[in-house]
Write a protein that binds this ligand. Structure first.
Ligand SMILES: [Zn+2]
Length: 146
């Protein structure tokens, strides 16, 4: 039995954030979402490759992710979906062994756009924000993608 109590967050959230599992990026993702985007409370969907799972070419493989998005949009009051992909993603490297690093970056950005379109098509009233992130020296930089 653990004696210490941990406080739940009792504030509502209207945002679902889909991003990669990669441990190097977790703190930066949270800080960016909270501090730069001004979203204090969000529902994270953490899956290897992030937007990879909701991009067009993987729809059937990751149908369970859509079940979860459906649930949060219909029952959880989600009005905004934030998609974040990142450079040097081990999942993208595993899934695309023949691509060069520069091509992986383009693929990650392309998948972000495809994933955003998929979410917009399925949920026309939902705001979708796409964000690219990458290591730059000792820090992680973020870029909103139109
Ligand atoms: Zn990754």
């Amino acid at each position: 039995m653990i004696n210490r109590g941990y406080a739940p967050t009792n504030k509502p959230s209207d945002t679902l954030v889909i991003h990669c599992v990669d441990h190097r990026f977790q703190e930066a993702f949270k800080e960016f979402i909270t501090n730069e985007m001004g979203i204090a409370v969000f529902n994270p969907v953490v899956i290897a490759g992030g937007a990879f799972a909701v991009s067009s070419e993987h729809l059937s493989r990751y149908s369970y992710i859509w079940d979860q998005i459906d649930f949060f949009v219909t029952a959880g009051g989600v009005k905004r979906v934030v998609l974040i992909n990142h450079g040097d993603c081990k999942w993208y490297i595993k899934e695309n062994p023949d691509l060069e690093i520069s091509d992986l970056k383009e693929k990650g950005k392309t998948d972000l756009a495809r994933a955003a379109n998929n979410v917009r098509e399925k949920y026309p009233g939902i705001e979708v924000v796409s964000v690219w992130s990458e290591l730059s020296g000792d820090s992680i930089r973020f870029q909103r993608i139109a």
